[in-house]
Structure formats: C-alpha cells, structure tokens
Design a protein around this ligand. Sequence first.
Ligand SMILES: Nc1ncnc2c1ncn2[C@@H]1O[C@H](COP(=O)(O)OP(=O)(O)OP(=O)(O)O)[C@@H](O)[C@H]1O
Length: 232
Amino acid sequence: MEVRDLRYSVAGRTLLDGVNLLLPAGRSLAVTGPSGSGKSTLLNCVLGLIRCDEGEVVVAGRDLTTLTPRSLARHRRSTVGMVFQFGELLPELTPVENVALAALLAGVKRDEAFGRARRLLTDLGVPVGGTPTAELSGGERQRAAVARALVNQPQLLLADEPTGSLDAQNREAVADLLFSLPEQWGCAVLVVTHDTSVAARAHGCFTLHEGKLLSQGSAAESRPTLAEGRGR
Ligand SMILES: Nc1ncnc2c1ncn2[C@@H]1O[C@H](COP(=O)(O)OP(=O)(O)OP(=O)(O)O)[C@@H](O)[C@H]1O
C-alpha cells in the first residue's frame, strides 16, 4: 500500500494534510493519535470509502482514486481485509457462518468458503461448533473477526482499534495474532490504535497530529528493515 500526499478536509477542518505512507507486503505499521485526529478517516481513505480531496491511494498496484465505484468495490473485496473494534460480526450466525459469508460474498463456492472458514477459525483457536457468535468470549469474537478479514486472502489487512474492547489478556492475544500475520501470511498490516503497547509491536509507528503523520519509530526498531513511512 502506498499513500501519496493525501489531503482531506471535512466541515472546514483539515484532517489529512499531505499524508505519505509506504507499507510493503510482509510489514506492519501502527497509527496512533488523539481522539478525533483523523485516524479512522485515514483508514476509510485506504478502504476507498472516503474520496480524498487530493493525493493517491495505491493498494495492490491500483490507485483507488481513479477507480469507478464498482471496480473499487471489486478491488477492495479481493485485496483488503478489515477488522473493526467490536468485530461487527452477525451475532446470530456461528463463527463459521460469519467467516464463510465473507467468502461467499466475494464469489467463492460454498464448500470452499465453509472449508476455508473452518480451517482459519481452527488455526486461530475459535470454536467451530454450532454456538452463535454472540455466545463467544470477547477475545474469541475478535479472533473470528480476524478470520473473516483473512478469508479472502487479502494483500492488505486494516484494523481500527482491534483491541479497544478487550481485557488485557485478550488484548495481548489479538495483538500477537495481528502482528504475526505479515510473517505468516505475507500480507501488509495497518493498525489504528490508542494502545501504545499494541502499536509498539508494529515494524513502524506513526502519530497523526494536525493532519501530519509523525514518525514514532517502534519498539520493534531493532528489526533490520522498518516498514517505511514518509511522514514528516
Ligand atoms: N462527515 C463528517 N462531517 C463532520 N465531521 C466529521 C465527518 N467525518 C469525520 N468528522 C470529524 O473528523 C474528526 C476525525 O474523525 P475520525 O473518526 O477520523 O477520528 P479518530 O482519530 O479516528 O478518532 P477516535 O480515536 O475517537 O476514533 C472528528 O472530529 C470527527 O467528528
């Protein structure tokens, strides 16, 4: 993913004021910042849900700002996975059904969709029986949300406050899982979080401040190659 000179204003306020970010496959980045600084807005630009005023957003080789709504939706389905703070799963469906549904909507055949869902959930330690998702623990639900984001084998995984609703133990487990994905799956991971201990696990960390991304380095700085960002 590459974001070039992104600018976006809303209600007379400049939220993104020339944001640049480069996130290669197999690397992770965290973005922190005060409430209201525009972090979710940045993710929505990367998802193509918000059209920026200026700049480019390149995901898996295509500039989203040039795509029609239909091609944008198709490109997003095939390249991006998203994890939300509260999982946003359908509570009455089982975890397998929730995860398989994302694959079915992307055009995967039924047997393959359910097979992928069961395998992923088993790998991530989520029960694959008939229990409705509403009955799972917070950590299990969030791991199921990660499985749903991964089911279409995305090149880019985005997460907005993925540990915000979890207790300390589950926060650790979900953060471990998310930041293991670049190595395990080769995808790029971009996480927005208030939690500095979660952010410190990323290859690179930025703070969004007055529309600019400021590099914070990372506790993972000892790793040989940082995910690159050109924030300042
Ligand atoms: N369509 C809109 N109209 C008016 N204001 C908006 C709109 N969209 C976003 N905002 C404002 O822009 C600011 C940035 O919102 P955003 O959700 O990106 O912040 P955030 O950094 O993710 O905050 P939080 O950490 O609390 O989730 C907020 O003050 C929000 O109220």
